[in-house]
Design a protein around this ligand. Sequence first.
Ligand code: SF4
Length: 210
Amino acid sequence: MRKKELALAVIERLKKEYPDSDCTLDYNEAWKLLISVRLAAQCTDARVNIIVPKLYEKFPDVNALADAPVEEIEEIVRPCGLGKSKARDINACMKMIRDQYNGEVPDDFDALLKLPGVGRKSANLIMGDVFGKPAIVTDTHCIRLSNRIGLVHGIKDPKKVEMELWKIIPPEEGNSLCHRFVDHGRAVCTARTTPYCDKCCLADICEKNL
Ligand code: SF4
């Protein structure tokens, strides 16, 4: 099966399997998703969801976080790990949004990439989830599953995987597919155990299982 056909088949099957896949970070405003994504580095989404209400209780908006002493942010976000650098990035990022973008998160990929602590993965997530634009989020699940299924071959670098996937995935499908990769990666095509190929909806088309 050619890669494009394989990609379409994977998209269709995972849609059926996980019709409601979505971002597992809680947020109701764009700037909050930026913060959660930064906190989620080397931390679980569940833990981030527990920590952010405490942060917003003390610093309820972009201005408050931009004005906040970094140490006070750090004190709250420390349970997410890498507290010092995450607090520094959050503070600097909110300052930039306040000063350069009138308090609004920019809906431009390159502008997002210039924000402190925002890499391609985060910028893609914001573009897809907040602004509904084409996006491919190459997190650990996306990279592992893309390689196992055979959508890419032996590529671990997130940007390279993203570039390969852009060639074979319809742009409007990318964002949802990546959310479904997360669900499938957690439930079936697991990282820490042998993948459960015997109960996988992709078993007959997955390269690893052929
Ligand atoms: S068949 Fe196995 S390796 Fe392939 S996607 Fe399914 S669980 Fe993962």
